[in-house]
Design a protein around this ligand. Structure first.
Ligand code: C2E
Ligand code: SIN
Ligand code: SIN
Ligand code: FE
Length: 403
């Protein structure tokens, strides 16, 4: 996390106040990104420096990472580098020693890479290790360009060490929280794969597309980032009720008889039963999606025949994504449609199957999601094992929908 000075300089008294309230402010934040941003911002002001960058160690990958907050089109991009290099940050992370440079560009270990992408010129630099209570190094705090132009002194080192000590347990907790949250999302996603595994050739791409389309639809409808995330994470579970369907129905190669179709319809009821009364926000949304994703705007859907806004918004969103993607994909009972034809179908069904407001949102994002269906996409976007087993992140969505 990197933060540059833009605010006015603080008086000594204001700084002291900020120092005193530092611990309280950061202990209130559980989300790692926001926590790191808040810490970097406060350190920038307290030490009166041009910039503060926080690097954390990723043990699994043996890398140091940080988020770029400002820079040439790079806002909120993660930067990563190997833990073991000749660089300044790497040295501090590996040895736990402090590095204090009056002129960073004169030190052969200093890399200008970050300065270059963020359009910044580092002069003085102070880098200290971030350690937990057990003395283990978790990352590196860097401050750059002391405002008065003098070198960083013992006083600065002392304050930065104090702040990093105060911040370390909050950072540890937020990191654990992020890992747990990630594990929860992965579990939900794998559960969704289980439900769709039997009847679909390419379950992962169906679920991934549904996640991306619902996320973009929610955005086009003006929903908050938070709600977009919830919808993205809940939507792969909409067909969870299919686990309860017998093979002879789910896998039937041809058209279903009316009796069979009635059985098929029950997957919405089963899904509702599986997810009913859930505690987490994601599962509560998944509950509405699974029970109501086959309701239609004009009231002709199932299981309840709800009409218009009686149908929960989340379900109205996922149904558009589900039908569009189902049409574009091969099924045992149908061949794949061309995306243009599926798009036409969505437009035709506005006000019939679908909420017109959501079809209008779909129109806005169609040029973006169209790219998910380009034949070359599978080879263009090289996915890591990690990405394959979890819902797409904002970064992978951007990658997958780039020209
Ligand atoms: P699904 O294959 O995931 O399809 C989801 C929804 O996409 C369908 O909901 C329907 O609204 C739309 N859809 C899919 N294919 C077509 C199509 O060729 N034409 C049109 N107009 N719409 C299509 P629906 O119809 O309620 O079906 C729910 C689920 O029931 C389907 O999920 C599929 O698993 C199953 N299903 C539906 N019809 C048949 C069939 O004739 N044979 C078999 N074996 N399964 C079927
Ligand atoms: C980590 O927990 O060290 C990595 C988290 C991330 O990649 O954002
Ligand atoms: C957030 O949680 O990221 C923002 C809260 C909201 O807008 O719902
Ligand atoms: Fe369904």
């Amino acid at each position: 996390m990197q933060y540059s000075q833009t605010a006015k300089k603080l008086t000594a008294e204001e700084k002291l106040k900020l120092l005193v309230s530092f611990g309280t402010r950061i202990s209130a934040e559980i989300r790692l990104d926001l926590l790191l941003n808040s810490i970097a911002q406060q350190i920038t002001q307290i030490l009166n420096v041009g910039r503060c960058i926080i690097f954390l160690i990723d043990e699994d990958k043996q890398e140091l990472w940080s988020k770029i907050v400002q820079g040439k089109g790079l806002a909120y991009t993660e930067i990563r580098m190997p833990l073991k290099t000749q660089g300044i940050t790497s040295h501090v992370a590996q040895t736990g020693e402090t590095i204090n440079l009056h002129n960073a560009y004169e030190d052969p270990r200093f890399s200008m890479a970050i300065d270059m992408v963020t359009d910044f010129r580092t002069h003085s630099l102070l880098a200290i290790p971030l350690k937990n209570n057990a003395g283990k190094v978790l990352g590196v705090f860097q401050v750059l360009n002391k405002a008065d132009g003098l070198p960083f002194d013992h006083n600065d080192e002392g304050i930065l060490l104090l702040l990093s000590t105060l911040a370390s347990s909050s950072i540890e907790i937020a990191t654990l929280y992020q890992e747990l949250y990630g594990a929860q999302l992965e579990t939900l996603y794998r559960l969704a794969i289980t439900a769709e595994y039997r009847d679909q050739q390419d379950t992962r791409s169906h679920l991934k597309n549904i996640s991306i389309i619902t996320y973009l639809l929610a955005g086009a409808l003006g929903m908050s980032k938070h709600d977009m995330e919830v919808i993205k994470n809940a939507s792969p579970l909409h067909d969870i009720g299919k686990v309860a369907l017998a093979d002879n129905i789910l896998l039937k190669p041809g058209k279903l008889t009316p009796e069979e179709f009635n059985k098929m319809k029950e997957h919405t009821i089963y899904g509702g039963k599986i997810l009913e009364g859930a505690k987490s926000k994601i599962l509560q949304v998944a509950y509405k999606m699974s029970l109501y994703h086959h309701e239609k705007w004009n009231g002709s859907g199932y299981p309840k025949g709800l009409k218009g806004e009686e149908i929960p918004l989340e379900a109205r969103i996922v149904t558009v994504a589900d039908v569009f993607d189902a049409l574009c994909q091969f099924r045992v009972y149908k061949s794949a449609w061309r995306p243009e034809d599926a798009y036409e179908y969505i437009l035709q069904e506005s006000g019939k199957s679908f909420d017109p407001r959501i079809v209008a949102a779909f129109k806005k994002i169609y040029h973006t999601i169209r790219k998910l269906y380009l034949p070359s996409k599978a080879t263009l976007v090289q996915e890591s094992q990690e990405q394959k087993s979890s819902v797409p992140t904002e970064q992978t969505i951007r990658q997958a929908t780039q020209e």
